[in-house]
Design a binder for this molecule. Structure first.
Ligand SMILES: Cc1ncc(COP(=O)(O)O)c(C=O)c1O
Length: 480
């Protein structure tokens, strides 16, 4: 494909842009239980207007665009207040949870090397429910991950396991409020106490929960402390593009004080061009996401967020009760957030997901990991208001239909062939062969994904990761 030799008219190009979206998730209708946190048209319109106002301002240099420093300081100030930080707490705006997490890990790593230059490679303790973004941060930053167990019943970090994993190379301990997979708050007070006793930093991943949980607490839900009121918590990430309903590209990372935040900042004057001083990973960046986040927070306001929280909580409770009433489905744990994991001992959850897809619903699969069963996941947002009843009806019928689906022979064969494969045996041929066997070739996924998910669920994690890498490597092939 070449740049068109003659320009397209606006009409033509916008028609094309629209047509590309035809197979996207239909999130506006409240039938997609993931990916989009939709607070309705009015909020969306405000966000878009503010975004467009600041689209071209460049966050690379807040001295040239002081408006962006004003926006960032106001957003961080609101976030600090929300998380009960005192006047010493500082922070920055970032593009999302992953960037906030990368910066928290960088801070811990650089502090560790400054304090213990001879100790060896920095380590980070991650309960297995901590988000994948920490693994990405570890991978990018050369930090060693030390995984710890979660309690099989409560799905919360096991504090004794965390304590036992500490070495003189531990730079950071992580707890989640809440975890994505289970929607439960780790015992942050205990984890932070252990960290403090050892002089180790403690990061709370409040990317998905940090904002909403404060409202849930005020609504009378039993939410343990997880924020800066907890001694020993040294940093918190909190996404605004989740339950604060800002458009994508909006998160904050906060530190207990400036002495810690210093390790987050990157400065470079060692080249022939302009000096760089970055608080975050991105350099040049649109002011749009920040202006939109600021506008949405001000437009919704505390009372508006309380109303949204109440609505989402009501829907969550209806769903939880309704799911408990479906005989073949289980809740592995009672969620503290509108994040509901559902598993089963009697029916294949991946078939239930497919049957729900046939009925026009999107629910997200979660593979089994270290003995925790495969399940599917609902993320409830305000656009799901009033949807619980019809969703539950369809879910009950999907469970019955899923019972008629045959067990996957392919998954059984793959398990037999590759269930014990070691990372060094994973060759290109193995990967391509497996993608072919699972029916994943070229540009699309099969309509029914149960078999693919069962295959992924039956092979070692290292092979899953390699297969997914191959898949992405093929998906992003330039258009002919
Ligand atoms: C607990 C938690 N942490 C981190 C992230 C990563 O956030 P993002 O996708 O904005 O990078 C998520 C995303 O859902 C999350 O739920």
């Amino acid at each position: 494909m070449k740049i068109p030799s003659k320009a397209l008219s606006q009409e033509e190009l916008f028609a094309q842009l629209e047509s590309f979206r035809q197979n996207d998730l239909k999130w506006r209708e409240g039938r997609a239980w993931g990916y989009v946190y939709d607070a309705g048209r009015e909020v969306e319109d405000v966000a878009k207007k503010a975004f467009m106002m600041y689209l071209s301002e460049n966050g690379l240099d807040p001295t040239s665009f002081p408006s962006l420093a004003i926006l960032e300081n106001q957003i961080v100030s609101m976030a600090r207040d929300h998380l009960h930080g005192d006047e010493d707490v500082v922070g920055n705006f970032t593009s999302g949870g992953t960037e906030s997490i990368i910066l928290a890990v960088k801070t811990a790593r650089d502090r560790f090397y400054a304090m213990k230059p001879d100790a060896g490679q920095a380590e980070m303790i991650l309960p297995i429910s901590a988000h994948a973004a920490f693994y990405k941060a570890a991978h990018y930053l050369g930090v060693k991950v030390v995984q710890t167990a979660i309690d099989p019943e409560t799905k919360r970090a096991d504090v004794d396991a965390v304590r036992a994993a500490i070495t003189d190379r531990t730079a950071l301990i992580v707890g989640s409020a809440t975890s994505y997979a289970w929607g439960v708050v780790d015992p942050i007070e205990e984890i932070a106490k252990v960290a403090q006793e050892h002089g180790i930093l403690c990061h709370v991943d409040g990317c998905i929960g940090g904002f909403l949980l404060q409202y849930y607490r005020r609504l009378g839900e039993d939410i343990p402390l997880f924020d800066f009121r907890v001694p020993g918590v040294t940093s918190i990430s909190m996404d605004l593009h989740k339950y604060a309903f800002a458009p994508k590209g909006a998160s904050v990372v906060l530190h207990r004080n400036k002495d810690l935040r210093r390790y987050q900042i990157f400065a470079c004057a060692s080249w022939t061009g302009y000096s760089i001083i970055n608080t975050a990973v991105q350099s040049s960046k649109s002011g749009g996401p920040m202006a939109a986040a600021w506008a949405v927070m001000n437009f919704i306001g505390d009372d508006g967020y309380m109303r949204y929280a109440q609505e989402v909580l009501d829907e969550q409770k209806k769903l939880v009760a309704g799911i408990k009433a479906i005989k073949d489905l289980n809740l592995p744990v009672e969620p503290q957030m509108p994040l509901i994991a559902i598993d089963s001992d009697t029916v294949g959850v991946f078939h239930v997901i497919d049957e729900m897809k046939m009925k026009g619903w999107y629910v997200q699969p979660q593979l089994s990991y270290q003995g925790h069963k495969p399940c599917f996941h609902l993320l409830v947002s305000p656009s799901h208001r009033g949807k619980a009843e019809i969703f539950l009806e369809d879910l009950a019928s999907a469970v019955e239909l899923a019972k008629d689906q045959p067990e996957s022979e392919l998954a059984a064969n793959v398990k037999e062939m590759f269930g014990q494969i070691t990372p060094d045996q994973i060759t290109e041929d193995v990967l391509q062969g497996m993608l072919g066997m699972a029916g994943i070739q070229g540009d699309g996924l099969p309509e029914r994904m149960a078999e693919v998910n069962e295959v992924l669920n039956s092979i070692p994690t290292a092979l899953v990761e390699r297969l997914l890498t191959e898949f992405m490597n093929d998906l992003f092939t330039p258009t002919k």
